[in-house]
Design a protein around this ligand. Structure first.
Ligand SMILES: Cc1cc2nc3c(=O)[nH]c(=O)nc-3n(C[C@H](O)[C@H](O)[C@H](O)COP(=O)(O)OP(=O)(O)OC[C@H]3O[C@@H](n4cnc5c(N)ncnc54)[C@H](O)[C@@H]3O)c2cc1C
Length: 259
């Protein structure tokens, strides 16, 4: 299908984009990589009157480490993280995620911040950002920048703290400490939201603990049945993935020989 008619504006700076959003009104939408927005428009699930394209804003495409965090600009594609040596060395959770989103063609265009703003419950970046305690910076129509913790940024499925006329400009991931690691595991698509976090916080790693976390994940996962598998299968896989993720993160920290 073809999208409904829309106008197009190419922004050349963040201020230009935010001013354009204000000028064009509530139905204007930011166009980043277009990997979610364009398909939604083609299926007429989204009908923006104007697309404000941020792809020509070169200064938004960056990955910078400073002051205890990694800043990823709103123009940064998944592929840039997947191939950055810094990410492969120090940000293993992000390295895992960037290599597991969709396929290489989508990753060449899709942006990390765009995925957070889309906030598909099956999306990979929102989950990783939640686990990593990320923060998102948002430019307001008045030109100020506010920073929101990811827990507050993610409001509901497909809904975020980005308000009308606002634009997300950066996501910040805390730099992992020497005793911090992570691992992102996935079978095709994420099957549900499972957080066995309370059980693990402050606990001594052991095989029993991993098994308990797996059981907890199976218990609280609430997937829907579809052509990718039954509820029973997805719940079982939630447990398996949690087990693999914890074991993978511990292995990266050199914690082996668990009892
Ligand atoms: C074939 C295919 C397979 C895919 N598989 C996966 C997958 O396995 N895992 C996964 O996580 N995703 C998957 N995706 C989605 C893909 O990762 C998208 O790239 C991503 O969800 C959105 O990023 P984008 O830069 O393309 O955003 P766009 O599509 O340009 O925008 C998405 C939404 O966010 C808004 N937006 C974007 N940037 C900003 C901003 N800076 N400020 C405010 N609003 C903004 C847009 O207005 C729009 O509403 C897939 C997509 C395709 C086409």
């Amino acid at each position: 299908m073809f999208p409904a008619p829309f106008d197009y504006y190419r922004a050349h700076s963040v201020d230009d984009a935010v001013q354009a959003l204000a000028r064009f009104g509530d139905d204007a939408r930011i166009l980043a990589g277009g990997q979610s927005l364009i398909p939604a428009m083609r299926f007429r699930l989204a009908r923006p009157s104007v697309l404000v394209d941020i792809n020509a804003i070169d200064e938004l495409a960056y990955v910078r480490e400073s002051d205890g965090h990694l800043a990823v600009g709103a123009g940064t594609r998944d592929f840039a993280l997947e191939t950055a040596p810094l990410i492969a060395q120090r940000y293993l959770l992000l390295a895992d995620t960037s290599a597991l989103v969709a396929d290489p063609v989508v990753r060449q265009m899709g942006t990390v911040v765009g995925s957070l703003c889309h906030n598909d419950p099956a999306g990979d970046w929102p989950v990783t950002a939640l686990a990593a305690r990320a923060q998102v910076s948002i430019r307001t129509p008045g030109g100020a920048t506010r920073t929101v913790a990811i827990d507050d940024f993610v409001v509901d499925s497909y809904t975020t703290a980005v308000g009308t006329g606002e634009m997300a400009v950066e996501v910040r991931f805390p730099t992992p400490g020497t005793r911090t690691s992570g691992s992102y595991q996935k079978i095709e698509r994420k099957v549900g939201d499972f957080a066995a976090e309370k059980l693990l916080a402050g606990a001594k790693p052991s095989k029993d603990l991993i098994r308990a976390a797996m059981r907890e994940a199976e218990k609280i996962a609430d997937p829907s049945p579809d052509n990718r598998g039954s509820v029973e299968y997805k719940k079982a896989m939630a447990g398996v993935l949690v087990g693999r993720a914890i074991a993978g993160a511990l292995e990266r920290l050199g914690v082996g020989g668990l009892k």
